[in-house]
Design a protein around this ligand. Sequence first.
Ligand code: HEM
Length: 173
Amino acid sequence: MEELTEQEMVSTCVLLLNAGHEATVNTTVNGWWTLLRHDVRPDPENLSTAVEELLRYDTPLQMFERWVLDDIEIGDVTLPRGSEVALLFGSANRDPARFGPTADVLDLGRADNPHITFGAGIHYCLGAPLARLELTAVFGELLRRAPGLRLAAEPVWKPGYVIRGFEELLVEV
Ligand code: HEM
């Protein structure tokens, strides 16, 4: 039986810790900001479409990169082998060609919501089911315990365009 080396175990733990923490934190905080800003609250007992919409509407990981392995044509553009491509998940998640005229609208009951917040293909997020559980738990609990939550100050964005999130979100209970 093949076993992981100590080095492989340590790097797997580091990957899971980093990948598993930052995006979930930012989805939670961005999501609360979206709810507070729009002055809407989903039903804490029925959060499935709301969680998907918050993942879509304010995409926490805006950009991922891919390297082209073979020449490929996409639309009118030929991408040569070896090029580096930046995939703009945040932009795709607001694409009217896919989400129609309400692409820019927050719809907590959106039924058809094939967002790509967790990526696509062989690198699709390993932790997506866990992230969905965490988000359902955290939004549900806070909605139940603090139904009157409101914004205490206009938040400041963190610098950078890959991870979208705030330095902090100050709220009053
Ligand atoms: C809302 C929370 C999360 C978001 C938005 C998110 C998003 C993503 C995205 C966009 C990718 C890259 C997909 C691609 O390249 O196509 C990814 C990969 C990954 N995520 Fe997440 N993630 C989240 C939570 C988590 C959690 C909780 C874990 C684990 C505990 C996790 C573990 C990973 C791992 C290991 C990969 C690499 C997969 C691979 O390259 O094969 N993620 N995630």
